[in-house]
Design a protein around this ligand. Structure first.
Ligand code: ATP
Ligand code: FE2
Length: 358
């Protein structure tokens, strides 16, 4: 059964001893309280609709419905319709699997993402927060990838390479914010792979097909390697790879596309590690499933004496758990949104968020 417990109504066992109330409360006290909070998070920035329920210690439940386009890439309006049709059942399923957990807050992916998809999820989150009379919190999707990775891998302060369909960024914490040390100047690497794969006749998503095709390669074909300062670009590379298909075997082009794109990403990640002096590298996003990318990052980390971390696959792509967990951290630090301030932000940048929870 789902129940109502606003954050300001504490569970009896989490009460501070009477005499502590007027004293400084040590961090351990807040920690004890936090461990009892249960947050439901909803993700739906693009193709994957997912609801997760977490406490600070555990994932209590997760339910997902995935939009799969019949042909071509993701159509934002169709994906939003898919989310609208499935959101009630996804939330019901997550709540049903969480046993008798009481929900203390609702978190939702506020951006970045596809406008129609974001609006569908935000509407459901607002309605749920109002009906349960619990706080609402808007989560930056990129930061959620990072926070769930920190949590699941047990690391404190990584440089994160976040590579998905729409996003490609190198992020790290400095001075109260997650800074973007490098990012794509045009399309995300996953979209680049998907475009190339569609051109080569593969269905969506193209990344896994490129990866398996690349194993049969015999030769590397030089393709444009575009790193500008700390940023990278994939659209010229994609066009060149499509052109290369006219004169080269598919396997060789797939291999060369991967090698070139991943070398660009690893170079920028390495420079971010060198610049920040951090000792951990975290990989996130759907493209992080690629074994060649993992291998290249592993070598780079080994050479620099850094540790390389990859969360379990279910926490790498878009998932409701990452939104719920980041929402929990934010609510614990006092962040929440009034309904009238909860509009979605399709181009929400992680470096626009004050990180109040670290
Ligand atoms: P975001 O909203 O964060 O941009 P997304 O909607 O693109 O996320 P993800 O699951 O993070 O979703 O990433 C999907 C992308 O990952 C697709 O472009 C897909 O082709 C790519 N991908 C998945 N598996 C692999 C793989 N093994 N190798 C390369 N790319 C992959
Ligand atoms: Fe994502």
């Amino acid at each position: 059964m789902i129940g109502i417990r606003p954050l300001n109504r504490r569970k009896p066992q989490a009460q501070a001893p009477e005499r502590s109330r007027h004293l400084y409360l040590p961090p351990a006290y807040h920690k004890t309280e936090a461990m009892h909070r249960t947050i439901l998070g909803i993700e739906g920035t693009a193709w994957n609709l997912s609801a997760g329920i977490v406490t600070e210690e555990d994932v209590l439940a997760e339910a997902t419905a995935t939009y799969q386009p019949e042909t071509g890439g993701i159509h934002p309006r169709e994906a939003a319709q898919h989310h609208a049709a499935n959101i009630a059942s996804v939330i019901r399923k997550a709540i049903g699997s969480a046993g008798d957990a009481q929900i203390d807050g609702i978190a939702f992916s506020q951006g970045p993402g596809m406008g129609p998809c974001l609006r569908t999820v935000a509407t459901a989150a607002r309605a749920l927060a109002l009906s349960l009379d619990v706080p609402l919190v808007g989560v930056n999707h990129c930061i959620a990838h990072l926070e769930v990775g920190r949590w699941q891998c047990g690391i404190d302060d990584p440089v994160m390479l976040y590579v998905s369909g729409a996003n490609s960024q190198v992020l790290a914490y400095r001075g109260g914010r997650y800074r973007i040390f490098g990012e794509t100047l045009d399309i995300g690497i996953g979209n680049a792979f998907d475009k190339f794969a569609r051109h080569a006749g593969f269905s969506h998503p193209g990344g896994p097909k490129i990866e398996s095709e690349a194993f049969a390669a015999k030769e590397y074909i030089p393709l444009p390697y575009v790193v500008k300062g700390m940023d990278f670009s994939f659209s010229g590379l994609t066009t060149a790879a499509k052109e290369a298909l006219k004169n080269h075997p598919l396997a060789d082009v797939c291999f060369s596309l991967q090698e070139t794109a991943f070398a660009m990403l690893v170079e920028v990640t390495e420079r971010a590690v060198a610049h920040t002096g951090k000792n951990d590298v975290l990989l996130a996003g759907g493209v992080g499933a690629n074994m060649r990318l993992r291998g290249m990052l592993e070598i780079m980390c080994e050479e620099r004496g850094a540790r390389f971390h990859v969360p379990e696959k279910r926490f790498m792509g878009d998932n409701g758990v990452m939104i719920a967990y980041t929402g929990l951290l934010m609510l614990e630090s006092g962040e929440s949104l009034q309904i009238e301030d909860s509009m979605v932000i399709p181009n929400f940048r992680p470096d626009h968020v004050d990180v109040t929870w670290r």
